[in-house]
Design a binder for this molecule. Sequence first.
Ligand SMILES: Nc1ncnc2c1ncn2[C@@H]1O[C@H](COP(=O)(O)OP(=O)(O)O)[C@@H](O)[C@H]1O
Ligand SMILES: [Mg+2]
Length: 234
Amino acid sequence: MLEVSNIDVFYGKIQALWGVSLRVDQEEIVALIGANGAGKTTLLNTIGGSLRPASGNVMFLGKKIAGLALPAIVESGIAHIPEGGKPFPDMSVRENLEMGAYPYRAWTRKEETLKQVYHIFPRLRERERQLARTLSGGEKQMLAMGRGLMSKPRLCLFDEPSYGLAPIILLELFRVIKSLREQGLTVFLIEQNVRHSLEIADRAYVMENGRITSEGKSKELLQNDHIKKAYLGL
Ligand SMILES: Nc1ncnc2c1ncn2[C@@H]1O[C@H](COP(=O)(O)OP(=O)(O)O)[C@@H](O)[C@H]1O
Ligand SMILES: [Mg+2]
């Protein structure tokens, strides 16, 4: 479904990603794990269209998307849920969700999708009229996920959804991510919370200093000595 081939990404003269390749198949949950500063967000922003690779390619559903403008990438079926959620602070919860439905295929089914989002996150319905800036961290993350779902995506890109959240909310969000796949969505999940992400993912890639250094089935990576030492504190 998604194929990243040998991409190099720079910030000015500084290279952040070095020949990164990976793939995500339909209805998989794939995790990208790595320490702070490894380049995870840079990779997600490149797939999501806010950065351009200097070389290499990104294909989605058989079409080249590297270098497309952001709205065209959303239109193609990718929802990017950024770090911290980044809602529009002075709009209400409901207005934020409706903004997510701007792709053509989503707009006509807006009401129906909104019902589904409120079913997944009852708390968003309760806070429908509240301004986004007054939400807690966990609620902002729910709003960001809800806004992404409003675009009727095929693939969801999550950037550290658990960051800064209380453990109980984290478990709730991971449960939702799992249920999305059961509804036919494909998930690419970036996480510093290595244990939880390997527990829900089918496969995972490890990124270190802007390079993919290992990959495999999550179950195998959980048994890998380097992963255990470096990321699981074992
Ligand atoms: N806007 C930017 N300008 C310059 N350097 C950046 C920028 N964003 C990130 N970087 C650098 O790129 C590297 C990877 O960062 P990032 O992708 O945010 O890592 P991660 O998400 O894994 O923590 C880091 O060295 C970081 O300092
Ligand atoms: Mg990051």
